[in-house]
Design a protein around this ligand. Structure first.
Ligand SMILES: Nc1ncnc2c1ncn2[C@@H]1O[C@H](COP(=O)(O)OP(=O)(O)OP(=O)(O)O)[C@@H](O)[C@H]1O
Ligand SMILES: [Mg+2]
Length: 613
């Protein structure tokens, strides 16, 4: 898909300072919204459209029936018409009022139903989009602002704009029919009403734009406020906050933010209040003028008393509906700003995981880093610079280096999670960028350095590594045994089915090292061709650590393994050790070679060895 709003894979979506899109672009969102409604609920949409049309015509019908009723009543008084005829018109008026109620209630029900269907459809699209968003995109704060706006925009404005769409149609039908009706008496009347209601609508539109701009300006601070409240109320930071005693500081920060946001919102509310008084005055002057004009028409014999009664109601309804329509249009125009943000978010950069070349079978010749450099979005310094490296199939590699040397970055590039900013990675001679990402990801089993703790069963925590194989019990027990997670499982009341975590159920809590064993089991469970172990033993006890590295040594030769570790002793078993320093590959060789070379590795190794002497 070619992004219309977005700017291609992995490139920052910059938001204009004020708002996104021109009024014309925003208007173009309207057919898309209707298209979305049509696709998600065609029958409901048709019914709503029909009922809307019917509702719109009812006002003029009521006005006309009222006129006939008054005229008939006049004739009854003059003895030229039977009473039953007047009763009939009276009944018709009552019937119309009833129909009006039924119509309104049906419309409300259908709109509710449509809203639910639409909400579900939109959520699915949002989730699908979130999963396809390139990881580079997640490095930008703006991405989260945009996401927040898209979410809130849908919740608060998409549905209301949908309702207003129908409301506007009703009002439009009502107005046109009333216009024709009132225009019969004098063309000047509708003109007077229309001109009178316009300034108010313009004021209202101005206010809506201010409100949107303020919302947009506040998105970032609102997210920060959510972060503070999350820290203050959540479990993750509870212990540190208490122990270090910075809860009060957090409350102050939240308070300051809140005061700032509230101050600006109140300022806007004040100017809204002032302007709405002006709006009301202008509207009423126009209405009074129309009334005076209609009395003049009556007095000069341009209208019958029945017509005058109809007129009276029609003018009132016209004034009401017209200013409502203008307000509605202003609201709708404003809603479109938010809806535009939503569609713009959906059309932001995305990666189709299944699009691209598929290499049959395993990697046969190797993976080559060809002058690869990488700089994180928004960073000045490259995290990797000019890396040249060939990883042969079945090789056991160890990656070492100080904190921040670029080890994790290197494996993330290898897995295709980020794209090199310079140079390329070749898989059997094919640029990794040309391969289908999903196909490439399937080849990796990874223990991430910042592994996740899923608040669900032990089984889920492991089978998330390979959901398609969740029923493979033999593979599951194998992974559990090899990762050392069997010792954890043995202590749990329901074994593999024990629910973990405390935030959603009365689950069992594990120690950090126990969680890490599950993360290792998750990687082992996946039938992967390449294993990436990023500090897999950082939280393990000495025995468990020895076991992990023991397995590393025994892993069958058909698996390529990349191990990242600060324990240089554990790297001895690697076929090759790569040393990274400030993003550059400075040494490579076996343990013995590197120690003999007396370089950076030898120095680090001596440093660590000294502790064990
Ligand atoms: N998301 C990010 N955005 C910007 N810079 C980053 C990001 N992640 C890492 N870096 C920077 O990239 C460099 C390499 O980080 P990396 O995580 O690859 O180091 P590492 O060798 O894995 O370190 P460690 O031993 O601490 O895990 C560091 O200077 C770090 O500050
Ligand atoms: Mg790291």
């Amino acid at each position: 898909m070619v992004p219309r709003f977005g700017h291609g894979r992995g490139i920052r979506v910059t938001a204009a300072a004020g708002e996104q899109g021109t009024p014309w672009q925003r208007l173009q969102v309207l057919p898309r919204l209707v298209g979305l409604l049509w696709r998600t609920s065609p029958i409901i949409t048709t019914l709503i459209a029909l009922l809307t049309l019917g509702w719109g015509l009812q006002t003029v019908a009521q006005v006309h029936v009222l006129r006939r009723l008054v005229e008939t009543a006049q004739a009854v008084l003059a003895g030229t018409a039977p009473v039953t005829l007047a009763l009939l018109w009276g009944g018709a008026l009552g019937g119309l009022a009833l129909l009006n109620k039924v119509n309104g209630s049906l419309l409300a029900q259908l709109s509710d139903r449509q809203q639910e269907v639409l909400r579900r459809a939109i959520e699915r699209r949002c989730y699908a989009h979130a999963q396809a968003t390139p990881l580079e995109q997640l490095e930008w704060a703006e991405h989260y602002d945009h996401l927040q706006r898209a979410r809130e925009g849908t919740e608060q404005h998409l549905f209301s704009s949908m309702r207003r769409l129908w409301g506007r149609l009703t009002a439009l039908v009502t107005l046109i029919s009333l216009l024709i009706y009132v225009g019969q008496f004098h063309w000047g009347l509708p003109l007077l009403l229309a001109v009178g209601a316009t300034p108010g609508a313009l004021i209202y539109m101005h206010l809506s734009r201010q409100r949107y701009r303020l919302d947009r300006k506040h998105t970032h601070d609102e997210r920060r406020l959510t972060m503070f409240t999350g820290l203050l109320t959540g479990r993750a930071a509870a212990a540190e906050i208490r122990l270090f005693g910075f809860g009060g500081w957090l409350v102050d920060q939240a308070d300051q933010l809140w005061r700032k946001l509230r101050g600006e919102r109140l300022g806007l509310a004040m100017s809204e209040a002032r302007l709405s008084v002006v709006e009301g005055v202008v509207n009423n002057v126009a209405y009074l003028a129309a009334m005076v004009f209609s009395i003049w028409l009556l007095a000069h014999g341009h209208a019958s008393i029945g017509a005058y009664a109809a007129f009276f109601v029609a003018i009132e309804r016209f004034a009401l509906e017209y200013s409502k329509l203008l307000r509605d249009m202003a609201d709708a125009h404003n809603d479109l700003r938010y809806v535009y943000d939503f569609f713009a978010f959906l059309e932001g950069p995305r990666v189709d995981l299944e699009q691209g070349r598929r290499q049959p079978g395993r990697v046969s010749r190797g993976i080559v880093f060809d002058d690869v450099s990488f700089t994180y979005p928004g960073s000045e310094q490259p995290a990797l610079a000019d890396v040249n490296l060939t990883i042969r199939p079945g090789e056991r590699l160890a990656l070492v280096g100080e904190n921040g040397a670029g080890k994790t970055t290197l494996v993330k590039l290898l897995m295709g999670l980020y794209q090199p900013t310079e140079g390329r990675i070749l898989v059997d001679g094919v640029d990794l960028r040309d391969l289908a990402p999903g196909d490439w990801y399937r080849r990796f089993g990874t223990v991430f350095q910042d592994f996740l703790r899923y608040q669900t069963s032990v089984r889920d925590n492991i089978t998330f590594g390979w959901v398609e194989g969740a029923a493979e019990e033999a593979a599951l027990s194998d992974a559990v045994a090899r990762s050392g997670a069997d010792e954890v499982v043995a202590t749990l009341p329901d074994g593999l089915d024990t629910v973990l975590g405390k935030e959603f159920h009365d689950g069992h809590e594990l120690s950090v090292g126990q969680w890490q064993k599950l993360a290792i089991a998750r990687a082992y469970f996946r039938p992967a061709e390449i294993l990436i172990l990023d500090e897999p033993a950082s939280a393990l006890d000495a025995k468990a650590e020895a076991a992990v590295y023991g397995h590393f040594a025994q892993l069958a030769a058909e698996r390529t393994v990349v191990l990242i570790s600060h324990r240089l002793g554990s790297c001895r078993i690697a076929d090759r050790i790569l040393v990274l320093q400030k993003g550059r590959l400075v040494e490579a060789g076996t343990h013995a070679d590197l120690v003999a070379e007396g370089g950076a590795y030898a120095e680090l190794f001596q440093l660590q060895a000294a502790w064990y002497r």
